[in-house]
Design a protein around this ligand. Structure first.
Ligand code: FE2
Ligand code: FE2
Ligand code: FE2
Length: 181
């Protein structure tokens, strides 16, 4: 029987300034392509093209591997404690600076759909920040966190540890639709 497959992306190396910039741009582009193809897959399935959907999902996975390889060479993947710290920092920036500014502009421009999309994200980043903060504390002692399920609202991204609320407090989606991890 074959060995279990282990994904081992390329290692960090000293990068020329232009190559580093190129890889950052490629990381963003590949990440966006993957996300776009997943959205296209959902739409294809809704439109009755199950196999087109499957094709989009396969290529999304390929683009994700490109994104991950670029990130790895850029040195963007550290130890789990370092990664938790980086994740917490990213969520904090989005909560304190990015989304409040974006929200103000969207409201000023009376772009309601954009404001909703931004509000969904801002709310969920607050969940993530809290969860990462608690997780960092535990991981710092060398322990893994508890096996408790993590549930995510498929509409707004509201994220909870354990049971889902009967209705999502942010967007009203029923508990049964939350995705379990
Ligand atoms: Fe690609
Ligand atoms: Fe987040
Ligand atoms: Fe929600």
């Amino acid at each position: 029987m074959a060995e279990a497959f282990l994904n081992t992306p390329p290692k960090t190396e000293e990068l020329g300034a232009m190559t580093a910039e190129n890889l950052r741009a490629a990381f963003a582009g590949e990440s966006q392509a993957a996300q776009k193809y997943l959205a296209f897959a959902d739409k294809a399935r809704l439109d009755g093209f199950a196999n087109v959907a499957r094709l989009f999902e396969a290529v999304a996975y390929a683009e994700s591997t490109h994104a991950r390889n670029h990130l790895s060479v850029l040195g963007g993947v550290g130890s789990t404690t370092d990664n938790l710290k980086a994740a917490f920092g990213g969520e904090t920036f989005e909560i304190d600076e990015m989304y409040p500014a974006y929200d103000a502009v969207a409201r000023m421009q009376k772009n309601k759909q954009a404001a909703t999309s931004i509000r969904y994200a801002l709310k969920a980043e607050q969940d993530h920040q809290k969860i990462y903060e608690a997780t960092q504390g535990i991981a710092a002692t060398g322990s893994d966190i508890a096996e408790t399920a993590v549930r995510v609202c498929p509409i707004c991204g509201h994220t909870v540890i354990g049971d889902a609320p009967d209705e999502c407090p942010v967007c009203g989606t029923a508990a049964q639709f939350f995705r379990v991890f």
